[in-house]
Design a protein around this ligand. Sequence first.
Ligand code: DGL
Length: 276
Amino acid sequence: MKRVLVFDSGVGGLSVFDAVAASGHALELDYAADNAWLPYGLKSDAELRARVPALLQRLVDQWAPDAVVVACNTASTIALDAVRERLAIPVVGVVPPIKPAAALTRTGVIGLLATPATVRRAYTSDLIAQFAADKRVVRFGSAALVEAAERKLRGEPFDPAALAEAMEGLFGAPGGAEIDVIALACTHFPLLAPELAQAAPRPVVWLDSGEAIARRVANVLIAAPGNARIGRAGFTDARGARELYLAFRTRGFASFAEIGAAPGFEAAAIVGGVTP
Ligand code: DGL
């Protein structure tokens, strides 16, 4: 069975993991969260370009997956080329879903909700120029929604102001009254889909990249039809294993690891130490 490592700064990659797990392919799925460095959306480009390829290279050395999914827009839009240079296996990244949003909008106004880093990236502007040059794109960057998604998956309450602020930033911006499609360009945000839909002033189409990534992974690995098998979940801050135990356990993870500090990033199984 081919093995896939899904990587994110935190729980956001679970929105992609869920799509891959539900895609009907016989794949073994591991997960790694760089939660000691969360949120990536407030890190500099240089920091991410140095850390993400090094961390993934060490994890690939230790866990030997057949492919890596960088299930993080913030990392993909700045470090995907550097990750691909380091790794000898296929690397699938997430791309902000601007192209499908441009194809779907009827009003010609698209909302783009991402991290502060992703909204200002040249990569994002290039995508807009390539696929949505004749559309109006209203961008809003939120680190607070990343924290809200983390809290939700820890089973903790979060401040609804994060949702209200994002809705105001999109629908209240010039042109925002005409938004009919919102591209979710941070993998944490689909985990807040019901809350976002409820906070929006009116119904719109919400797009994310989960299913497209799942299709890409299956194609790249020529995966056989079947059921996913769930492997291990690793965290650079081992507290994540405890605080997020239920979110991971309900997805089938039973094996947890602590990923040590740079530059070794030694992954060690957490044996018997994880309880809800
Ligand atoms: N999940 C990540 C993304 O897709 C970012 C979250 C963070 O800021 O760490 O952009």
